[in-house]
Ligand binder design. Structure first.
Ligand SMILES: [Zn+2]
Length: 215
């Protein structure tokens, strides 16, 4: 995958944006706001796949993910990878991280694969982690957010192919990486594609997840 910069990415590089939370200039997500942002690795289960998520998909996490995906603010990827690495569960040591790629349509629109960048940022921050891009997007699936739960599953049938060139499975747990999990349909489709290719997936890790309201 080539790492072409989009115009938005370039603009954000040369014109540093204010903090996504407090809006003070100087850093895309200042250390004060990062320290106040509640993250911890919590186990999560969706459609028979288990993993962990670091925060609830709420106002600030949604704003961060949206800025990365839609406004080219890839400078936010380092800070969120830092938060994930800080709370990374000790049980999952030396993981093999597999990014879940965006649809080809979104990649063409954005000019970059933000999950590949997130996975690369995690690889740098988690001891002994390595990232391997085994999944490829096939066809032009629709954005999951715009679909009903039933349509989400259909939309993802055959959404991924697996490229095992140069990959040697080892002892390390294979962990899928995504930004957010809602229904779990994307993670399930990615896991199925890998397992059909003979790659056993231990689980997923996502920055944010939707959580049921307790009240
Ligand atoms: Zn701030």
């Amino acid at each position: 995958m080539s790492s072409i910069c989009s115009v938005n990415e370039l603009l954000n590089f040369f014109l540093p944006t204010p903090c996504i939370s407090c809006e003070k200039p100087g850093s895309p997500f200042c250390l004060k706001c990062q320290a106040r942002f509640p993250t911890s690795a919590q186990t999560s289960n969706r459609l028979g796949v288990s993993g962990f998520a670091f925060c609830e998909y709420g106002d600030l996490s949604a704003k961060i993910i949206n800025a990365i995906k839609e406004s080219g603010q890839t400078s936010l990827i380092g800070p969120i990878a830092g938060l994930m690495a800080k709370d990374w569960p000790k049980e999952i040591s030396n993981p093999t991280l597999i990014p879940i790629p965006s649809s080809s349509k979104n990649y063409r629109k954005r000019g970059y694969q933000h999950i590949l960048k997130l996975t690369a940022a995690l690889e740098k921050r988690i001891p002994e982690a390595k990232s391997v891009s085994l999944l490829r997007s096939v066809g032009d699936r629709e954005d999951q957010a715009s679909l009903t739960p039933a349509d989400r599953l259909t939309n993802l049938q055959g959404a991924f192919s697996v490229d095992l060139r140069g990959f040697k499975p080892g002892e390390s747990p294979i962990v899928l990486v995504d930004d957010v999990i809602t229904s779990g349909a994307t993670v399930q489709a990615a896991q199925r594609a890998l397992e059909e290719a003979g790659v056993i997936v231990a689980g997923f890790c996502v920055f944010a997840e939707t959580r049921p309201r307790t009240r």
